[in-house]
Design a protein around this ligand. Sequence first.
Ligand SMILES: NC(=O)c1ccc[n+]([C@@H]2O[C@H](COP(=O)([O-])OP(=O)(O)OC[C@H]3O[C@@H](n4cnc5c(N)ncnc54)[C@H](O)[C@@H]3O)[C@@H](O)[C@H]2O)c1
Length: 412
Amino acid sequence: MTLIEKIIRTEGHLIDSGLLRRVFDTVISDGGRFEVLDFTIGRNNDEFSRARIKINADDVVDMNTILLKLSTLGCVIDKEEEITLVPAPADGVVPPDFYSTTNHETFIQLHGTTIKVDKLRMDGVIVVGRDDVGLVTASVRKLRDVRKGDSIVVGLSGVKVKPEYVERSRSDFRFMSAEVSTERKVRLAVDRVAELINDRNKKVVTVAGPVVVHTGGAPDLARLIENGYIQALLAGNAVAVHDIEADLYGTSLGLDLQTGRPVEMGHRNHLRAINEVRRAGSIAALVDEGLLTSGIMFSAIRTGIPFSLAGSLRDDGPLPETVTDMNQAQDDHSRILEGADIVLMLSSMLHSIAVGNMLPANVLTICVDINPSAVAKLKDRGSLQTIGIVTDVGLFLQLLASKLLDHPSVPI
Ligand SMILES: NC(=O)c1ccc[n+]([C@@H]2O[C@H](COP(=O)([O-])OP(=O)(O)OC[C@H]3O[C@@H](n4cnc5c(N)ncnc54)[C@H](O)[C@@H]3O)[C@@H](O)[C@H]2O)c1
């Protein structure tokens, strides 16, 4: 049996971020062995630690699996290698050994220089080209947007990934993702979120599920939009439908929002809401007619923040604004997310995971869900930068709006 050997390098907050342990675990769990050749520890808060590690595996396949996983942890092969480029064989098709991107900051090595990869997102490929003045560019593209002849990065050589290191300032959130939060912890978390989104230089995008409306959180989310704390809204057809139903008929999925009791013939109300919007021509037209006077969609339209409503198989209607071409909906979401600093994900597991995939890792995501496994699932999909707050979303929005708008100086 041939023993394969590679030497890799890594640097960063290797100890307190747990990165070094993850590197070792990865090598061992994929059947490899490691030997630390050099290790320099960062001597203060800012200084990085650096390590050179020898990896052994029994065959090429094992070694490639290990190296692929280690590259997502920021490890690079010791000697400076260059990338390999292969032309795309057809529109929407890439060479079989294409490099698949992560959401972490990525660099490629070409002609002796290091080039930063832009338009970062997970599950894309790297296309290398030239800009208008002839400089080499590298950007992430979705498979379907690749054109025949595009230069695609293949294999792992020359690609360097810089993972997000767990920041010390985020440590107070860590406990919340693992367990059901007590009321006290929720209040602390709301306080911290209020601090984060109070920074008017930050672009805050929210992803909302219909539970926001069912739990009575819509008026508070609308207040946050009206007061400029939310700069864009991503949702599905259902959120808009139930939000409009709540304003027009006082129900959400046929339940009275004040009493929580079913209203006679209330099950028709969401269809009546859809019908009203379709009659008017659009949600904006219903606002213009003076018939839609409150709620999330009303505030989004009145303030002019961009929104995107993505369709789904379960949709009734849909509303005229709902985009049922899924490629178009993905592109609309991505465009709205450009430049986002914080994404507030409110009780919509599938939608949040989809949005998480579109984001670079340096975007802070705050996921509010009553089920701890929803937060865990987001992290498992690679959105490690997620802060989880396990609580009822209606309560969360009420506390957040109250903290920011009614009692800004009072600790919660
Ligand atoms: N739910 C609907 O009525 C409906 C109807 C048509 C289409 N859709 C579409 O399907 C997709 C996913 O739908 P979804 O977001 O409803 O389902 P989802 O399963 O993706 O997410 C719902 C999440 O809300 C959480 N949750 C439940 N109660 C909560 C509470 N009180 N506080 C905080 N979190 C709570 C759940 O744990 C779950 O993670 C969306 O695109 C949506 O537009 C939904």
